[in-house]
Design a protein around this ligand. Structure first.
Ligand SMILES: *Cc1c(COP(=O)(O)O)cnc(C)c1O
Length: 465
């Protein structure tokens, strides 16, 4: 058997990696000088690196490893499916049993009015599909001028041309000529950073009403859809004020605007319901799924489409869109097994009633740390903005992200994966975290915060902007 070997010394593997492997969202030269961390195995909620460190994975890989590592049943299902039917396409009026079974299962667990799936290989691809889908829908409805999609600053919707255009990351728009036309961004509901003296409730309403202002600006007959993550993930786990989503829903309903909920992170249990839309009490027309759909064991994404949208698309003839790997049989089999595990182990109720509340309680304790401005969670996602001055939620005077980066490095040194977005620390652990895992996470996080604080103080970096 051709096994990929880990036998080379770490430094040699790092040199080969640096010579030939281009990393995503990475400064290649900086990484080449430093050497990438090499992950060799994982089990449960722990990673092992090439130096033998046991690292607690507070990010579930990249927000995706919902059921935890080392699931033998998933490997077996994939292996069996590869022997039986490793691939066949779903173009040209063909289908296969795994994609049929998965589609029926998704129709069962998604909101009642959503019973159709268009598959993709990733979340980015699914959002590209969504752009074409909503514009094609309005054309089919006799309103071809409804083309503009409204999104939000600091949103993340993927890295393809369409996905990154929908996203609101300026650092991404600056490279490669983005955004593509007919995409417009409004403000995000980030009360902590942008709410100033307003109450969270007033701020949430104000930000939601930017959608209504944008619709008025272009005219309702030009707007196809609004897209948003129920809780922004990569933007820094931004949990919107309670007033925000009901007002967004009201505005979408009042103006004939399709609502796309990007559930790539929030879906499959992360917020304590199957979907973040349920946690936020909204009724989307399309939901983007990926990540937790297969818990990252194999790539797969898709668009869950409401009945009224699917019916209009189906009535309009060919939808001239598709990917070679639409509904890939092995990915479909893996997704089904992943969903079976979530159901059998009651992971959603567990997040809602047990481990989610426990994480919330322990995470909130970090708010007493001198560096921490806020400590909130929703389900199994947490945010921890760092600040030199709690009383006014101040930003650091130096370059944004310096303290966050330092803290991430301390976490790594203390065998914890916690990510930073600017000067915010964030977590999104596997849904299988035990109480003990939460305790370990909090202990390592606090130690890392202490070290970050001491280091920043010694280097004179604790000044407020
Ligand atoms: C990760 C992510 C995507 C992109 O998914 P990929 O599988 O990386 O293409 C889209 N939307 C959200 C909210 C995400 O977090």
């Amino acid at each position: 058997m051709n096994v990929i070997s880990n036998h080379l010394p770490t430094a040699e593997l790092q040199a080969i990696d640096a010579a030939h492997h281009m990393h995503p969202f990475t400064d290649g030269n900086e990484l080449a000088a430093k050497g990438a961390r090499i992950i060799t195995r994982a089990n449960g909620v722990y990673l092992t690196d090439s130096e033998g460190h046991q690292i607690l994975d507070g990010m579930a890989g990249l927000w995706c490893m919902n059921v935890g590592y080392g699931r033998e049943s998933i490997a077996q299902v994939a292996s069996r499916q590869m022997m039986e039917l490793p691939y066949y396409n779903t173009f040209f009026q063909t289908t296969h049993v795994p994609v049929i079974a998965l589609s029926a299962k998704l129709a069962e667990i998604t909101p009642e009015h959503m019973n159709h799936v268009f598959y993709a290989g990733s979340g980015s691809e699914a959002n590209d599909t969504n752009i074409r889908l909503v514009r094609h829908y309005w054309a089919a409805m006799g309103k071809p001028s409804k083309k503009i999609i409204i999104s939000r600053k600091n949103a993340y919707h993927g890295s393809t041309m369409g996905g990154a255009s929908l996203g609101g990351m300026t650092s991404m728009h600056e490279q490669g000529g983005l955004p593509i036309p007919d995409i417009y961004h409004i403000g995000q509901p980030d009360w902590y950073a942008e709410g100033g003296d307003m109450s969270p409730e007033d701020f949430g309403l104000m930000r939601a009403r930017e959608l209504e202002a944008a619709i008025a600006l272009f005219g309702e007959n030009k707007i196809a859809a609004f897209i948003a993550e129920p809780v922004q993930g990569a933007g820094g786990v931004i949990i919107p004020p309670e007033t925000y989503w009901p007002e967004i829903q009201r505005i979408c309903d009042a103006h004939e605007i399709l609502l796309i909920a990007d559930e790539v992170i929030c879906g499959f249990g992360r917020t304590g319901n199957w979907f973040g839309s349920q946690t936020m009490g909204i009724r989307p027309d399309i939901m983007t799924i990926a990540k937790g759909l297969t818990s990252g064991y194999i790539p797969m994404g898709g668009s869950i489409v409401a009945d009224h949208v699917a019916e209009a698309i189906n009535a309009a003839g060919d939808f001239n869109h598709g990917y070679t790997y639409n509904g890939h049989p092995v990915a479909a089999a893996v997704a089904l097994e992943n969903i079976r595990i979530i159901e059998e182990e009651g992971l959603i109720a567990r997040v809602r009633d047990d481990i989610g509340p426990y994480l919330a309680k322990r995470w909130a304790e970090l708010a007493d740390h001198p560096l921490v401005g806020d400590a909130k969670t929703v389900g199994m996602m947490g945010t921890l903005p760092l600040t030199p001055d709690k009383s006014r939620r101040a930003a650091f005077a130096g370059k944004e992200g310096t303290i966050g980066y330092r803290c991430r490095e301390r976490c790594f040194a203390n065998d914890l994966v916690m990510r930073h977005v600017g000067d915010r620390m964030i977590i999104s652990p596997p849904l299988t975290f035990s109480h003990e895992d939460v305790d370990t996470l909090i202990e390592r996080a606090r130690k890392s915060l202490d070290e970050t604080y001491a280091g920043a103080k010694a280097d004179g970096l604790l000044k407020a902007r």
